[in-house]
Design a protein around this ligand. Structure first.
Ligand code: NAD
Length: 482
């Protein structure tokens, strides 16, 4: 595979120092290729290119910008198979998941924001004999920083609205998963997207990410990643008075009420627990089940989890691939050790050496889906974000208790409630301290809706109008009627 390069002012370039990093396929342990280990100079060059391109892009009529989003959607759609292959190799996720979710959603992000832009009308308010016209202007150059779990999906979720609103971009994907961002740059190059409007700088977070957040000419930062990194980003950006959007970690609860027809819901609950090896910020890693159905539920749940096909991501029927890296595997295993120390019982799964996946090389980062019971909801295993295929089961007696357990965490991203009575589920959902709650479904996304967390799960919302608001500056012009 060709080396990944930075994309600056429409050209593919190595880091100015010539330094590189390696990207590894975690499902085999093989090195896929190298990427630039860029530094502040590369960020400066990308920002200069973005600054130079920004005025023309900002004054490009919105219809024309929308047309570019549509062309990007079409071009990515034609290459969906390639995108899915690259994403699967870089992350270790099954090819079927990469195609169904990552490749498809990346196209949908461009299409959605193109259509959203077409439908959008700026607001006007009339009062006191005057008309207020709310005008949107681009922010200028914006910095987009993204994680490894849904690499192109999350990058395009930011790129599309940023372009729609007329901004120029300096983006940094995770150093663990640079391939699909690189592919997006190649697609832009191929279709003749205006040079300098989208720039990509690869490298390490504390070098490239930090330089983007610190750069005086980058006026907004949209960051998705861990809470600890989000704190650094916030501390760096706040004194510079940048706009910031922080989409951070979670420790989401899946709550099964006593009237839930859980047999019918099991597929959804298992998906909520283990999609992408539990490496989706929205996965439910704490499963709270009403005591009256706990034992029956546990039996069915464990059986369903044991039915998940774990193995080679390249095989069409594989449901769960590897985790992102050997380092991450070790982190997740340290939580499995901790769970046992804290008094938990492993019902299925466990460390790779206890529950090996047959047919995968020792250099690969595989874990089986792991279910704990017997842990206090206050245990660290049940409170801290593991971001892997580990779920803790807890019984509750009353809905009050379930609410208290669900809310007793520093995080507040998402949750799901499963019940036979949707009104009861809706009322319950309103009491959860999270930005998103699903009732009898999970990861069912309408891209017009607000997406984001409360507490340590983030600041701000993205999606639909919320993304448009973030990526624009609003000016109100109040005109007195003659
Ligand atoms: P991470 O915080 O380690 O890295 C995220 C990005 O930030 C990477 O590109 C990284 O290089 C960069 N970075 C690291 N240090 C930086 C710094 N000092 N300044 C600027 N950028 C820096 O997160 P990760 O391990 O890549 O991703 C997993 C985390 O992301 C989990 O906590 C998960 O919950 C979270 N996540 C949240 C959402 C959401 O929408 N809320 C979505 C996906 C993932």
């Amino acid at each position: 595979m060709d080396p990944v390069l930075n994309f600056v002012d429409g050209s593919f370039l190595p880091a100015n120092t010539g330094l590189t990093l390696e990207t590894i396929n975690p499902a085999t342990g093989a090195v896929l290729t190298t990427l630039p280990r860029s530094d502040q100079t590369d960020v400066d060059n990308a920002t200069k290119a973005a600054m130079a391109a920004a005025p023309k892009w900002a004054s490009t009529p919105i219809d024309e910008r929308i047309h570019w989003l549509q062309r990007l959607a079409d071009a990515l759609e034609e290459e969906a198979e390639t995108v899915a292959q690259l994403e699967s190799m870089d992350t270790g996720k099954p090819i079927s998941l990469a195609l169904r979710v990552d490749a498809t959603r990346s196209v949908a992000n461009f299409r959605f924001f193109a259509e959203h832009g077409l439908r959008h009308e700026d607001a006007t308010f009339i009062s006191n004999g005057a008309t207020n016209h709310v005008h949107r202007k681009p922010v200028g150059v914006v910095g987009l920083i993204t994680p490894w779990n849904l690499p192109l999906y999350l990058l395009t979720w930011k790129v599309a609205p940023a372009l729609l609103m007329g901004n120029a971009i300096v983006a940094k994907p995770s150093e663990l998963t640079p391939l699909t961002a690189n592919h997006l740059a190649k697609v832009m190059h191929r279709i003749g997207f205006p040079p300098g409007v989208f720039n990509l700088v690869h490298g390490l977070g504390h070098e490239v990410g930090q330089a983007i957040v610190e750069h005086a000419d980058i006026r907004a930062i949209s960051f998705t990643g861990g809470t600890a990194t989000g704190k650094i980003v916030a501390a760096t950006a706040a004194p510079l008075f940048k706009k910031i959007s922080l989409e951070l970690g979670g420790k989401n609860a899946t709550i099964v009420l006593k009237d839930a027809p859980f047999d019918d819901m099991m597929e959804g609950i298992v998906r909520a627990s283990f999609t992408n090896s539990g490496q989706v910020c929205l996965c439910g890693s704490r499963l709270l089940v009403h005591a009256s159905i706990y034992e029956a539920f546990r039996e069915k749940f464990v059986a369903a989890v044991e039915g998940i096909v774990v193995g080679d991501p390249q095989i069409e029927t594989t449901v769960m691939g590897s985790v992102i890296s050997k380092e991450h595997q070790a982190k997740v295993e340290s939580y499995i050790d901790l769970g046992i120390e804290e008094g938990g019982v492993v019902l299925t799964g466990g460390k790779a050496c206890d529950a090996p996946v047959q047919g995968v090389p020792a250099s690969a980062a595989f874990l089986r889906p792991t279910v704990f019971e017997g842990l206090s909801h206050e245990a660290r295993t049940a409170r801290e974000e593991i971001f892997g295929p580990v779920v803790t089961l807890h019984a509750f007696q009353t809905e009050e208790e379930a609410i208290a357990i669900a809310n007793a965490t520093q995080y507040g991203l998402a949750g799901s409630v499963w019940t036979g009575d949707v009104e009861r589920g809706h009322a319950f959902a309103q009491r959860l301290e999270t930005g998103i709650v699903w009732v009898n479904t999970w990861l069912n996304r309408d891209l017009r809706t607000p997406f984001g967390g409360v507490k340590d799960s983030g600041v701000g919302r993205e999606g639909g109008d919320w993304s448009m608001n973030f990526f624009s500056e609003l000016t109100n012009i109040c005109v007195q009627q003659p």
